[in-house]
Write a protein that binds this ligand. Sequence first.
Ligand SMILES: NC(=O)c1ccc[n+]([C@@H]2O[C@H](COP(=O)([O-])OP(=O)(O)OC[C@H]3O[C@@H](n4cnc5c(N)ncnc54)[C@H](O)[C@@H]3O)[C@@H](O)[C@H]2O)c1
Length: 306
Amino acid sequence: MTEYKGLIAVITGANNGFGKEFVKQAAMRGMKIVAVDIESDFADLEKTAMECGAEEFSAVQADVGLYEETEKVVKYVMDKYGRIDLFINNAGIAQFGDILTMPVRDWLWHSDTNYHAHIYFMRQVIPIMIEQGTPCQILNVCSVAGLLTTRGMPAYYASKHAAVALSECMAYELEEKGVDNISISIFCPGFIQTTLDRSETRRPARYQAPDDPFYQSDAFKRSLAICKDVIETGKPIDGVGEYVFKAMENGDFYILYHPEHNPVILAQTQDVVTNGRPSLAGLKEKVMKIAQEMGIKAASGTGSVK
Ligand SMILES: NC(=O)c1ccc[n+]([C@@H]2O[C@H](COP(=O)([O-])OP(=O)(O)OC[C@H]3O[C@@H](n4cnc5c(N)ncnc54)[C@H](O)[C@@H]3O)[C@@H](O)[C@H]2O)c1
């Protein structure tokens, strides 16, 4: 998709981080924008869309982890415009922790927001785009955490792997059905400076349990501090929106942003086909070797290989 002027973009998680960058890019291309965000971040959404230069926009409040709320968004767009040309599944949350201590409600929060929302929207939006028959684009914001794993963010890794698999399967289905007017892309960056470390402020009521001692534990407080640290020391966000839109215009499916993670992806893929075992020490050794062969510096921060 390369012509956007006057067409309709729907962007979730639009009030902050990548979402805001995508609103700017869609606005620069003359699109009419439906900006979606959850209650906690809804009050500023109109102001954000205006600051991003959007000339025609609507702000819709929805929790994308609830199917009925995604239906509300799609109905709103179809009632108002009768079409959807670009849909960006961007809303997401992140939390550090351990598999054995993270409460089940936090696993559900991750899967509902980071992965189920993509299913909910794609199963409604793709039939609309097929019926429309015009060039359309879906961007699913995943993560490099959907292409590799280490320790520290198990619920996030699992949700992002599911999101990547879902988009790949969707692309296969469209190819098999001969649908050629919809282009799907996935954005898989490493850490970038956004407000992702403030995910707790967007925790919907159904996943809140302030009396659970876990949320007063040192382990939980430490996990919040690590999240803050990795986001604040991530790559600057400037230029990300433009980079992603150019890649979409180029028809790229996998949009990566941190080449320093490529040796990890390759090392783990090699382990799969050579019957290796997940081991942080073993992985580090393999990553260093591959990085040297590729002539690049491997990532060394939390969330990659320590
Ligand atoms: N920042 C990074 O380092 C990084 C790296 C890889 C992938 N990502 C992914 O990028 C996407 C955007 O995150 P970001 O980094 O811009 O963070 P962000 O926190 O700045 O933005 C996320 C947005 O999603 C919204 N949101 C959260 N839960 C929601 C819900 N249930 N319903 C509707 N909206 C909801 C938030 O209010 C916020 O506006 C996420 O999917 C995230 O997992 C981020």
